[in-house]
Design a protein around this ligand. Structure first.
Ligand code: SF4
Length: 387
């Protein structure tokens, strides 16, 4: 979450003077900036950043979190810890009370298990349960056990006393890679296992940690979860198709595609649809926020790899990487007019208008953008448009 998102006035900042030094590793201003950024991220007015800061810094007792792990690669926990600007690991470990986490807990064995039980008793009905990884269900879940208890039993026991349940990552959300193919251990996502209990899903492989943190802060601030879609995903993060915000979208609209990895179009940053990009049928905010705090551009499509749809049930880990995505909004024509001028520099207005007319009106592409993209560098090999 970059600095500078804050839109608070001096009075609002002054109200938070008392929070100086409450968060190790963050200055007061960094903390307020961060909370205002979270507010913007959640689609709330910037002034709500104050409310989030008050709730986060002024909470008499940090909300207890019991973090369980099922069948997974631990990438979800790793991604949470690898963010560094601001130091999310510091923030999340100080804003919540992480009572139990197999990857992060210092204690182990009976000590850790006893602490988990104690936390569940003392915070009954108030704690947040988080699960990363799929739940093995075949043969009563005997293929995944922790401390002699199956993960299946564990999630049912812990969820029964939780105020809210969050499954982080694609495996926890619907089974992810452990559930692909023959699925010998019967892996399922948490919503399928906890029937009748609402489960917030934060899918992704890995999920974006800010989507998780913002969900937790929403819960801490307002005492309820953010608005969810029909798959349990927070709408603030999963409300739009990747295809809608992708930086390569103007190329899609202009009919410019990479056909092979390393070809002219791929080197030019053209649209990856014909390489199997699943952005047109996948809902997530990856292009808007990126990964690893580098910002926009630092996500699979930004680095030249097609989106494989990891946040979308029935797409990621289900469709072949080279299979073309289903277009939810508008289907491209089989062939496109050549948007390059025969003689030179840029698209002819007629061609641009034709392309924009075909696709732009329906999907928000403008002739201006298409025209700008038409100004390509001369190169000694020929771009391949259409297939
Ligand atoms: Fe971006 Fe993929 Fe859509 Fe092309 S198909 S615009 S690369 S999301």
């Amino acid at each position: 979450m970059p600095d500078g998102l804050v839109g608070l006035d001096a009075e609002q900042l002054g109200d938070l003077d008392s929070y100086e030094g409450t968060l190790g590793g963050l200055t007061r201003r960094e903390f307020i900036n961060y909370c205002a950024g979270v507010a913007a991220f959640l689609g709330l007015p910037s002034a709500m950043g104050v409310k989030i800061a008050e709730a986060a810094a002024g909470a008499a007792k940090r909300p207890s979190v019991i973090w369980l792990s099922g069948s997974a690669c631990t990438g979800c926990t790793e991604t949470l810890l690898r963010t560094n600007h601001p130091s999310l690991d510091t923030l999340i470990l100080e804003q919540i009370s992480l009572e139990y986490c197999e990857t992060l807990s210092v204690g182990s064995g009976h000590q850790a298990e006893n602490w988990k039980k104690k936390a569940m008793q003392e915070n009954h009905g108030k704690y947040l349960m988080v699960l990363d990884g799929a739940v093995s269900t075949k043969d009563n879940g005997i293929y995944a056990k922790v401390a002699g208890q199956t993960v299946l039993e564990m999630v049912q026991e812990v969820a029964a006393g939780a105020a809210a349940v969050v499954s982080i990552g694609s495996c926890g959300s619907w089974g992810g890679w452990p559930s692909t193919g023959v699925n010998p251990t019967g892996c399922k996502g948490l919503p399928e296992v906890l029937k009748g209990k609402p489960v917030v899903t934060i899918p992704g492989c890995p999920p974006n940690p800010y989507n998780f943190l913002s969900t937790v802060l929403h819960f801490v601030t307002f005492g309820k979860l953010p608005e969810l879609d029909d798959k349990g995903r927070p709408k603030f993060a999963y409300g739009r198709l990747i295809h809608e915000n992708c930086e390569r979208r103007p190329h899609f609209d202009a009919g410019r595609f990479a056909i092979d990895f390393g070809d002219y179009g791929h080197r030019q940053g053209y649209c990856l649809y014909k390489l199997g990009c699943k952005g047109p049928e996948t809902y997530a905010n990856c292009p808007s926020i990126g990964f690893n705090d580098v910002g926009q551009g630092n996500w699979p499509v930004g680095t030249g790899h097609p989106c494989f749809g990891c946040t979308e049930k029935g797409v990621g880990f289900s469709k072949s990487i080279h299979e073309l995505a289903s277009l939810k909004s508008v289907a491209p024509p089989n062939t496109y007019p050549d948007v390059r001028s025969e003689k030179g520099n840029g698209a002819s207005p007629g061609a641009v208008a034709a392309v924009a007319g075909i696709t732009g009106a329906a999907i928000g592409a403008g002739a201006v953008i298409a025209s700008r993209l038409g100004k390509q560098d001369k190169a000694d090999d020929t771009p391949k448009t259409g297939a």
